[in-house]
Design a protein around this ligand. Structure first.
Ligand code: NAD
Length: 377
């Protein structure tokens, strides 16, 4: 079975879907692995390293994509490249399937079995394949590093002959995978951290990291069976904003990482709250890729609003491409290994398996994922 890995084409994307170490694991399974020349350069991996791992290198992208029984990528493919895939091929990458209806339909029309890595179920068995977690974790780290870089203060407390420097106050909104890592990173740098999330189970996790939990009574919230937050009503969001305003005003750094799976991110940090913040403070919007939590945030830009820096830099995991590639590739290899028949040396698409049922979006010429099919009345 041939596994093809083309280079990423998104401008500024330095991550690679497969690293040399992970390529070696695929080769060990008995797969023929071919990668596009230059695949790992942005992340720090030379073509030679892939060759040493047992992969072959090609400069012919179209032939590479057209010859793969399995094609592995990081981001969704350009739509015109889908018709290059052979009918019956398996394609695994992030796909943004709720928003990319044309792309998903094209996979179906071309007879490709497309796996959406966003749809890997959040179960213990599938944890090692969970790219949202592996990337969000690094995004949370990077958000704090950026905040520290843009802040006019240091994070830790320092007692010196020239007096005492008080620790920075960091407020983290949305404590999923990224938010938890942001808390841990800010604590390691010595900041005083407060955090808030609508899911009640989070309070314990926040406290176990040594941070304070901001309690806000907004009524019934809860979470889905996959651990995601449920969308709030406009009235609940307003209550939340009112309660957070004081904490934002009192903070040197606000990091927002609040998302609702498959929907646009809620606006939680409003212009009024930004007006209440001190000049020199920093706001990092980790949700900018899904519309942003901060009113007026500019996608992939750092803006200044009356002295408050609003950081909308996109793709934060992509700023640490070596480790982001390492963990993304490990997720992909775990998926391939899970369904690999060692005797036949092939990937078996087990249609009745819970993981495949969760993440397969097209198969046999049709859209097959229940999350994308019209809901029965
Ligand atoms: P996410 O990226 O969808 O959202 C980030 C956070 O934003 C979530 O904690 C959510 O509750 C919060 N949020 C949503 N609306 C908000 C609002 N109005 N105000 C404040 N916060 C708001 O979430 P995620 O990081 O992908 O994961 C969510 C949870 O799923 C994690 O905490 C984790 O416990 C769980 N999870 C489980 C597994 C597994 O079991 N295998 C794997 C990964 C994550």
């Amino acid at each position: 079975m041939k596994i093809s890995i083309p280079s990423e084409t998104h401008p500024g994307e330095n991550r690679a879907p497969i690293t040399p170490d992970s390529a070696a694991k695929l080769v060990k399974l008995g797969a023929q692995v071919e990668v596009q020349a230059g695949l790992g350069l942005g992340a720090g991996f030379s073509d030679d390293a892939y060759i040493k791992a047992g992969a072959t290198i090609t400069t012919d992208r179209k032939a590479l994509i057209g010859s793969g029984d399995i094609v592995l990528r990081l981001r969704k493919p350009p739509v015109e490249e889908i018709s290059w895939l052979k009918s019956g091929a398996i394609h695994a990458s992030l796909l943004d399937p709720f928003n990319e209806k044309e792309l998903v339909q094209k996979f179906a029309d071309c007879g490709v079995s497309a796996i959406s890595m966003e749809f890997i179920p959040r179960t213990t068995r599938a944890q090692k394949m969970d790219v949202l977690s592996s990337q969000a974790n690094l995004g949370g780290y990077e958000a704090v590093i950026l905040a520290a870089r843009y802040s006019n203060k240091i994070f830790p407390m320092m007692t010196t002959a020239a007096g005492t420097i008080l620790p920075s106050k960091v407020f983290i909104i949305g404590v999923g995978v990224a938010g938890l890592q942001a808390i841990a990173t800010a604590k390691r740098l010595g900041a005083k951290v407060t955090a808030y999330d609508t899911r009640p189970v989070v309070e314990e996790q926040v406290k176990s990291l040594g941070a304070q939990f901001l309690k806000i009574d907004i009524g019934e919230t809860g979470q889905t069976k996959d651990g995601y937050a449920k969308a709030l009503t406009e009235e609940q969001i307003q209550k939340q904003r009112d309660a957070m305003k004081k904490t934002c005003a009192d903070s040197d750094v606000v990091i927002s990482a609040a998302q609702v799976f498959g929907r646009k991110a809620p606006i939680l940090v409003t212009a009024e709250m930004l007006n209440a913040m001190k000049p020199g403070s920093v706001v990092v919007d980790l949700a900018v890729d899904t519309g942003g939590n901060v009113e007026g945030v500019k996608y992939n830009e750092v803006t200044d609003r009356n002295g408050v820096k609003i950081i909308g830099i996109a793709n934060l995991p992509g700023r640490v491409p070596l480790h982001a590639s390492q963990v993304y590739a490990a997720n992909l290899v775990a998926l391939v290994e899970e369904f690999w028949d060692k005797k036949e040396k092939t990937f078996v698409l087990k249609l009745d398996d819970e993981i495949i049922k969760g993440c397969l979006v097209t198969h046999g010429g049709k859209i097959v994922n229940e999350k994308l099919l019209p809901k029965p009345n």
